[in-house]
Design a binder for this molecule. Structure first.
Ligand code: GLC
Ligand code: CA
Length: 562
């Protein structure tokens, strides 16, 4: 397998608005991030992925960009950014930026120009259509509820937006758009950044003719994934971007691609494709949602068997052909410990167990800010405490449809994107030391217990466990390049696998629940001599032939031939 720096790297994701506020306005900013770079370096990570920091009216927290070459006023200036990049590099950290090019803000000069008249030279930068039979151009549903079409009175046409109406989709069929994006990407790379996370990249191409999605139930809007996801032309555009720009730099790229399995992912990341290094897949994020429409909000319990199946499939299909991007949480998902672990009695144990999974799979691990201290979903009582546009749209839509309030709130407590967007909990000062002012969104009420300062002081903390895990991964090639094999596939409580690289073998044993099942070493491993590398509990016994596991216990063993 080809060795690459980004395969050996661990990534730490920052959601800037909630990371650290330096000037008391309640909003995280670049100076705040700079002040915490040493903290990040001390974790042992290599790369920081910064969610969008570009100029934006903030209808979707920076994912609506009005100027790709300027910094959002609330976050600071370009001089702050240059200092951030320089400081990070001096500390040995690389910086990966979010590249949001499926859409711009409706306040981007291109869109302002485009909407000024049907004859505007930039009109075709976006996707405009006339209404059909007195109605919308088609029946597609937006990711954030309602139609993808917004009527523009001035020109009597509709423009397309897969996300909010303040995020008009760019028309990638237009060559000038492609050239403009190439130039912008080159400009950032020439500044010295180390890569991009390609936001919503699966959606930049839409089905020819924008046909209606099949709608047997006569819904007002239909989620038309297959008509705007992972279409063939996306690959052509990505190869072109590599040839024109990316190939000239030693960077890493990771695409956000929902709606695909590992075979299809190889079209993006296959070694010979020259498109992306990795993609974020969503199968393990969708196993607790009902299919179709606004499925995300329809809660369905997940099972460990499903999780094992999904992750194992990705591990095996990609091995030797492409590279995984592993994550359990990000700024669009609930907190991993609340979702897959136990955010009550076993918060510490289960957060460490999940960390063990994240850091020992094949693929580059992505840690989301606060995950390293086991931050949890906040469960705000009142809808007024929530800020996320997707959550608020869902709330209003559900109310309109007569869904009872408890049901709506229950789905928000579980699935709202704000679950991961509450401020980083630094210490036990007011607002968790995130700001001296009033935070833009409430701090989680558990901050006096769950915070960085506590974890730094406690040798047994989740934070210290992360550090040990990251260091371990760095020194064990089998944990990076080793082949993954699932053991005990049908065991519903334990997740057990082995990573093998030549004569090096590492065994990972994870108990996913608060029960105490017995682990028994599979026959074919019985001749091996185990050496404990790390565990989230004290381990006394020597052998591992068979033992009772404690709640959420995790163990990593090196197996040696006797
Ligand atoms: C991606 C981002 C999400 C954003 C959306 C639109 O899914 O991760 O936060 O709302 O794209 O840009
Ligand atoms: Ca600030």
């Amino acid at each position: 397998m080809k060795k690459r720096w980004w395969k050996e790297a661990v990534v730490y994701q920052i959601y800037p608005i909630s990371f650290k506020d330096s000037n008391g306005d309640g909003i995280g900013d670049l100076q705040g991030i700079i002040s915490k770079l040493e903290y990040i370096r001390d974790l042992g990570v290599d790369v920081v992925w910064l969610c969008p920091i570009y100029q934006s009216p903030n209808h979707d927290n920076g994912y609506d960009i009005s100027d790709y070459q300027a910094i959002m006023d609330q976050f600071g200036t370009m001089a702050d950014f240059d200092l951030l990049l320089e400081t990070a590099h001096a500390l040995g950290l690389k910086i990966v930026m979010d590249l949001v090019v499926n859409h711009t803000s409706d306040e981007h000069p291109w869109f302002i120009e485009a909407r000024s008249s049907v004859d505007s030279p930039k009109r075709d930068y976006y996707i405009w259509r006339k209404g059909k039979d007195g109605g919308l151009p088609n029946n597609w549903e937006s990711y954030f509820s309602g139609s993808v079409w917004e009527y523009d009175e001035k020109t009597d046409e509709y423009y397309m937006h897969l996300y909010t109406k303040h995020q008009p989709d760019l028309n990638w069929e237009n060559e000038e758009v492609v050239n403009q994006i190439n130039d912008m990407v080159r400009w950032w790379l020439d500044k010295g950044i180390d890569g991009f996370r390609f936001d919503a990249i699966a959606h930049i191409v839409k089905a020819v003719g924008l046909p209606d999605a099949p709608d047997p139930e006569h819904l007002p809007y239909v989620r038309a994934y297959s008509l705007f996801s992972n279409l063939e032309k996306v690959h052509k555009l990505l190869r072109n971007l590599n040839e024109e720009v990316l190939d000239q730099y030693n960077i890493m790229t990771v695409g956000e691609t929902s709606g695909l399995g590992p075979e299809q992912a190889l079209d993006y990341i296959g070694d010979e494709r020259n498109e992306l290094n990795m993609v974020f897949q969503f199968e393990h994020m969708q196993m607790d949602a009902a299919a179709g429409g606004t499925g995300k909000w329809h809660l369905k319990p997940w099972t460990l068997l499903d999780l094992k199946n999904i992750l194992s499939k990705w591990q095996t299909v990609l091995h030797g052909k492409g590279w995984n991007a592993n994550y359990l949480c990000n700024h669009d998902q609930p907190r991993s410990v609340s979702r897959f672990g136990n955010d009550g009695k076993y918060r510490k144990e289960s957060a460490k167990m999940l960390a063990t999974l994240l850091l020992t799979l094949e693929g580059t691990p992505y840690i989301f800010q606060g995950e390293e201290i086991g931050m949890t979903n906040p469960k705000f009582e009142l809808i007024e405490e929530y800020r996320d546009v997707e959550t608020l749209n869902h709330y209003h839509e559900s109310q309109k449809n007569g869904v009872p309030l408890e049901k709506i709130m229950e789905s928000i407590w579980k699935k709202s994107r704000d679950n991961s967007r509450t401020p980083m909990q630094w210490d036990s000062a007011p607002h968790a030391g995130f700001t001296t002012g009033k935070p833009w969104i409430q701090v989680n009420s558990n901050y006096k217990e769950v915070n960085v300062q506590n974890d730094l002081q406690d040798q047994d903390s989740i934070l210290h466990y992360y550090k040990k895990l990251i260091a371990l991964r760095k020194h064990k090639d089998a944990l990076i390049y080793g082949e993954y094999k699932l053991l005990l596939p049908l065991n519903p409580d334990l997740y057990v696998y082995i990573r093998t690289l030549e004569d090096e073998q590492v065994l990972i044993i994870l108990n996913f629940f608060d029960e105490t099942p017995t682990f028994t070493l599979p026959e074919d491993l019985k001749g091996r001599k185990p050496q404990l590398l790390l565990s989230n509990y004290e381990v006394e016994e020597e052998g591992i032939q068979s033992f009772e596991m404690r709640p959420y216990e995790a163990r990593i063993y090196q197996l040696k031939s006797k």
